[in-house]
Ligand binder design. Structure first.
Ligand SMILES: Nc1nc2c(ncn2[C@@H]2O[C@H](COP(=O)(O)OP(=O)(O)OP(=O)(O)O)[C@@H](O)[C@H]2O)c(=O)[nH]1
Length: 194
């Protein structure tokens, strides 16, 4: 996914069902040229299987009225921009504003700068992604759907957060998604020889 798109996920430990992220059957009518692929991904978190039902929503403006109906009940939203497209980055603010209006108040949001593998065409600095994420208090990392960089980590972090919310043992410290991502993420501008 590139551009001002996103992915909505609902997590259910250990298993979930339903046709929309809400699982409430309240599916809005889709325009003919709109594709919304629902996929399941099971992530094991500390022995608990968390099933993520993933909805890849189109980023185009003209689909917004459709997409907000889909992410309204999502438990997690991954907001992707394309690091080679300033426009996709600029659109993230609009998405964050819209999410604030339509999404669940406690939705897990993650900002992802995708296409980190094509740094020669970079149009958005890593610091700018990090700074926007700080402004909105959401975790951030750069990813590559092509090489897989940080992709599993993004889903794992969401699964850990959702699992913790569903079954939080009293004797365990609260999972901190920001700290977890900061400690685990691979930097795209890597490779100092130390
Ligand atoms: N190099 C590179 N190409 C990517 C990456 N992710 C997606 N692409 C390419 O970017 C193009 C668009 O990807 P899509 O996944 O179709 O984009 P999308 O954002 O889902 O499209 P919409 O939902 O319509 O906004 C395709 O040609 C992908 O192969 C990435 O991480 N690296």
């Amino acid at each position: 996914m590139s551009g001002p798109g996103g992915a909505a996920a609902s997590g259910t430990p250990p298993a979930g069902s339903g046709d929309t992220p809400a699982g409430n059957g309240d599916t809005p009518a889709l325009p003919r040229d709109y594709e919304l692929a629902g996929k399941n991904k099971v992530v094991a978190v500390d022995g608990v299987k968390v099933k993520l039902q993933i909805w890849d929503t189109a980023g185009q403006e003209r689909f917004r009225s459709v997409t907000h109906a889909y992410y309204r009940d999502a438990q997690a939203l991954l907001l992707l921009y394309d690091i080679t497209s300033k426009m996709s980055f600029d659109n993230i603010r609009a998405w964050l504003t819209e999410i604030h209006e339509y999404a669940q108040k406690d939705v897990v949001i993650m900002l992802l700068g995708n296409k980190a593998d094509v740094s020669s065409e970079r149009a958005v600095r890593t610091e700018d992604g990090a700074s926007l994420a700080r402004e909105y208090g959401v975790p951030f990392m750069e990813t590559s759907a092509k090489t897989g960089m940080n992709v599993e980590l993004a889903f794992l972090a969401v699964a850990k957060e959702l699992k913790q919310r569903a079954v939080q043992p009293l004797d365990e410290p609260r999972f901190q998604i920001h700290d977890y991502i900061e400690s685990q993420k691979k930097k795209s501008s890597c490779c100092a020889f130390a």
